[in-house]
Design a protein. Structure first.
Length: 202
């Protein structure tokens, strides 16, 4: 799940979260905790057109996800709905994924998954609301199945909060024929850090 432990419990130790609610993906890793400078970088990339930050962030992600990248056969970003893409003009997850694919010499498949449901912003939503929001929101188009079928997919996003979005995309990828899915994000919201209204000052 990519959640850091207070102590080293040895190889193969699982968090209570992973045992109680096993995710559809195989592994998740993040480069940094979502706070301080890291939080400002994510918000700069996502909301202030700071695409120049993406290569720096992607390099940190490559270090954090070394074992995931080594096993991956194709890199896929979490997609935006076309209306949001039209408004924002870029997909922050795709910016990160493109650099990761380039630096690791892996195929980049930005259109392997399509967001077919215009979802609400996840900011301010609780776990159950987030899951409901992204349910059936993603599909692998028939013409894109050739890019992922039988392959180990590295799914890239900017922030892992509750895992609702990457879980929904993972299910779509598995349905589309992916052999397995690992998740690599720049930041991870740690237990106790999640602010439902996301209104606290940075």
């Amino acid at each position: 799940m990519g959640t850091p432990f207070a102590h080293d419990f040895g190889a193969g130790f699982l968090s209570a979260e992973a045992i109680a609610n096993p995710p559809p993906f195989a592994r998740a890793r993040a480069a940094v905790a979502y706070s301080g400078v890291a939080r400002r970088m994510v918000q700069g990339l996502k909301f202030h057109d700071r695409t120049d930050l993406a290569p720096w962030m992607a390099r940190w992600m490559l270090r954090a996800g070394t074992e995931l990248v080594a096993d991956a056969e194709v890199v896929v970003p979490v997609p935006l709905h076309w209306r949001r893409f039209f408004w924002r003009q870029f997909n922050q997850s795709a910016e990160l994924a493109r650099t990761i694919a380039s630096l690791s010499s892996l195929p980049f498949a930005p259109t392997a998954v399509r967001r077919v449901k215009r979802t609400r912003q996840q900011i301010g939503l609780g776990q159950r609301e987030r899951e409901d929001n992204v349910r059936a929101a993603f599909v692998v188009p028939p013409e894109a199945e050739i890019e992922i079928r039988g392959r180990r997919v590295l799914l890239v996003d900017d922030v892992y909060t509750t895992g609702a979005t990457v879980s929904a995309v993972t299910r779509a990828l598995r349905k589309g024929g992916a052999r397995s899915v690992d998740v690599l994000t720049f930041a991870r919201v740690l237990p106790g850090d999640f602010r439902p209204d996301d209104a606290d000052p940075i």
